[in-house]
Design a protein around this ligand. Structure first.
Ligand code: CA
Length: 316
């Protein structure tokens, strides 16, 4: 998807309304087959399934690049990698690129990024300089492997945090919604689940421990993966419920997707291969097969998007 498609899609849906809000829920290395609405039965994703059931599933929604930083650069700029120059994970979005946040900010939107930015080793730019009013989370990819982070960047200043990543992000998102409910907003939540490290809170893990055969039962990675997704689903449920509570659901376009498909890299500990996360597609993150780029995605804006429908094309 790119910025042009995203805005074309939503402009027709919200034709009667001047400025719709956008809640963009972005997962990391999330496989097409890892959600209930695509057939997963080993764990449940009731909140994501509800978004899908109440909105539209786009059956041919491809990420523009099968790896993290370039995919995010395509999302932010609406341009392919050959144009924005971010072709691997060590490069950041050049300062002169215009992001969707900058464009919406010019239109009077409050803009926020809570989660993972993915700052490269070269061309480092800060999301505050790319159109975001507020940022809270991870700047570098390596920091974003930490699901129990000790520190987050609030803008350009580090502060101590505690808890599980998606919970911290959603708590901040709810604070942002409380403070910006009267304005149009672009709230971008790039979560880090279920990217490695493969680790989840014990309260979710205990439900799955012993459910799957583990290479080393003292390191139940396969159970942890299920628990990570369950935890993320619950966090997404809370932020969507908060939209409802504030009366913003009808005016907000909710999008859920992933930066790329599931990975079989060593850090994943083999869990996405075991769970066949990209099923029914071949390939994985970094490859040019559909398992890398055919990302799960659904959009919801009650009474705006056709309910429980599947679009085989992006344009209507
Ligand atoms: Ca990724």
């Amino acid at each position: 998807m790119n910025r042009r498609v995203f805005l074309t899609l939503t402009s027709s849906v919200f034709a009667q309304q001047q400025k719709p809000n956008f809640l963009f829920l972005f997962a990391d290395d999330f496989g097409w087959g890892d959600v209930g609405f695509n057939g997963r039965k080993d764990w449940s994703t009731p909140n994501l399934d509800r978004i899908a059931a109440q909105g539209t599933i786009f059956d041919r929604w491809y990420t523009a690049f099968p790896v993290c930083a370039p995919s995010r650069a395509c999302l932010m700029t609406g341009r392919y990698g050959i144009h924005h120059t971010v072709r691997n994970n060590s490069v950041d979005i050049p300062a002169n690129e215009v992001t969707i946040a900058e464009t919406l900010k010019q239109q009077g939107y409050a803009t926020a990024l809570f989660g993972k930015w993915h700052q490269g080793a070269r061309n480092q730019t800060h999301p505050l300089d790319q159109g975001f009013d507020e940022t809270f989370g991870y700047l570098t990819a390596q920091h974003a492997w930490e699901h129990f982070p000790k520190k987050f960047w609030r803008g350009r200043v580090e502060e101590e945090v505690s808890g599980y990543s998606c919970d911290i992000i959603v708590k901040e998102a709810m604070r942002f919604l409380d403070q910006n409910r009267a304005k149009p907003f672009f709230l971008y939540l790039p979560f880090i689940e279920p990217h490695f490290y493969i680790e989840a809170p014990e309260e979710n893990l205990k439900k799955y421990r012993g459910k799957f055969p583990e290479k080393d039962p003292s390191k139940p990675y396969r159970a942890n993966y299920a628990a990570m997704i369950e935890r993320l689903d619950a966090a997404i449920g809370r932020v969507v419920a908060h939209l409802d509570k504030l009366g913003l659901r009808e005016s907000t376009c909710i999008v859920f997707t992933s930066d790329n498909g599931a990975t079989f890299e060593a850090g994943n500990q083999g869990v996405s291969a075991f769970h066949d996360s990209n099923r029914p597609f071949r390939g994985q993150k970094r490859t040019l097969e559909e398992g890398a780029s055919e990302c799960l995605r659904s959009c919801d804006g009650p009474a705006k998007f056709p309910r429980a429908s599947v679009r085989r094309r992006l344009y209507r």
